[in-house]
Design a protein around this ligand. Structure first.
Ligand SMILES: *Cc1c(COP(=O)(O)O)cnc(C)c1O
Length: 390
């Protein structure tokens, strides 16, 4: 099977065949922070009244965090290091949501000492741990979801049933914690705006049961999952906002809680371009293999199982394209980006040409190995308003 990834050819200034346009070293991530700020503004506008907490794990670049904090974005964190990064960026620690449902005990204590107040759990033992390590903190219980409709599901590892959530939160109350409410995550790169419907209905049931037991849950964390612009496309963010608003109205009516979201990919995905260079083209058994200097171990982990399909641009100029396997530079056989569904690239693509992977700002630099097979971690170059390398 071959895909029809859209190729946007970039005009490159190559005066004469031997003259190479000077470029920065590849691979690198070019990050335009102003695009992430724009995505934050659009998401906040699509979900009026909902607090937006950027999930730091998607891309923790300090410049990104600082500019997001400056326009009123809050943060979702999962470790003391992420707490400190958010605080350095200007965040109030009391505004953070610490969303890792199973945490190191000393990390809970450390985060509490740094000023974090709101934590997520999805089990009774973790609730007891919180009561011991962060007495009196606020707690959300995370509901499981199907993950259906998403390209990178997060459903298997975390989450409890509505019945367990009731037990957990009643226990939390008995242990002296403040019951804030519930959280869930519908799966990353969620293509279906209606994916929030089922967990919102479950959440309304749990909130009603808790009220019956004399508690006053007040916060619903709608998680992340908002999409970046990969191959195949997704509905606009306004469609997500409208669907979520309608479902909240239907399920909660007059009892609508405060809401927050935790977008990672939907904020920073489109802000990055991963620039790589072709290091070799090999024809093998009638199949063209294109090897890049970036791969699964240099930031492209999400191509595993070909889950995330980046849009590609090249500097090759030929109009004719054909299918090829796209592979990374290490000697690990897992270091193949797209093979089951090959990509269409120009037939004249050759060593030295650039291949740019679009919308690669999320889950790339931070997923890069520290030096597998001697290949350095993926660096970031800030582009747009303020340039620089880090
Ligand atoms: C990773 C993660 C997010 C961000 O998810 P995206 O799909 O990138 O928006 C949000 N919340 C939690 C708890 C996460 O683990």
């Amino acid at each position: 099977m071959t895909s029809t990834l859209p190729i946007v050819r970039q005009p490159v200034d190559r005066r004469g065949s031997t003259e190479v346009t000077p470029t920065l070293a590849t691979p690198r991530l070019e990050l335009d922070v102003s695009v992430a700020v724009d995505r934050f503004v659009r998401l906040a506008a699509a979900l009026p009244g909902t607090g937006v907490h950027y999930a730091v794990k998607a891309n923790p670049h300090p410049r990104l965090l600082a500019e997001l904090a400056a326009v009123g974005c809050r943060f979702d964190v999962a470790s003391p290091a992420e707490v400190r990064a958010a605080v350095r960026a200007g965040a109030d620690p009391a505004s953070l949501v610490y969303s890792n449902p199973v945490k190191r005990r000393d990390h809970v204590a450390e985060a509490t000492a740094l000023g974090v107040r709101l934590f997520v759990v999805d089990s009774l033992p973790e609730t007891v741990k919180l009561a011991e390590a962060a007495p009196g903190c606020q707690v959300l219980s995370r509901l499981s979801t199907s993950g259906e409709g998403s390209d990178w599901p997060l459903s298997r590892k975390y989450g409890c049933s509505p019945e367990e959530a009731v037990r957990i939160l009643l226990t939390a109350d008995r242990l002296g914690l403040e019951v804030a409410g519930l959280s869930f995550h519908v799966g990353s790169q969620q293509r279906d705006p209606e994916a929030w419907a089922a967990p919102i209905v479950s959440a309304a049931r749990v909130f009603a049961l808790l009220r019956d037991n004399g508690l006053s849950p007040w916060l619903l964390d709608l998680g992340g999952g908002f999409p970046a612009s990969y191959d195949g496309g997704c509905p606009p963010v306004t469609a997500y906002g409208e669907a979520i608003d309608r479902r909240l109205d239907d399920a909660f009516g007059d009892h609508r809680p405060e809401t927050i979201v935790e977008p990672g990919r939907g904020i920073v995905g489109d802000a990055g371009t991963l620039v790589s260079t072709v290091i070799g083209v090999v024809h093998r058994g009638g199949v063209r293999w294109v090897f890049l200097d970036a791969g699964v171990f240099t930031g492209l982990v999400e191509t595993l199982d070909e889950a995330i399909r980046y849009r590609l641009q090249t500097t090759a100029r030929g109009a004719e394209t054909g299918p090829c396997v796209l592979a990374g530079p290490t000697c690990d056989s897992a270091d193949v980006l797209y093979e089951q569904q090959m990509v269409q690239l120009p037939l004249d693509l050759a060593e030295g040409d650039e291949v740019r992977l679009q919308s690669a700002g999320a889950y790339t630099t931070c997923y890069s190995s520290v030096g597998f097979n001697g290949f350095a971690p993926l660096p970031t170059r800030i582009t747009g308003p303020v340039a620089g390398v880090s």
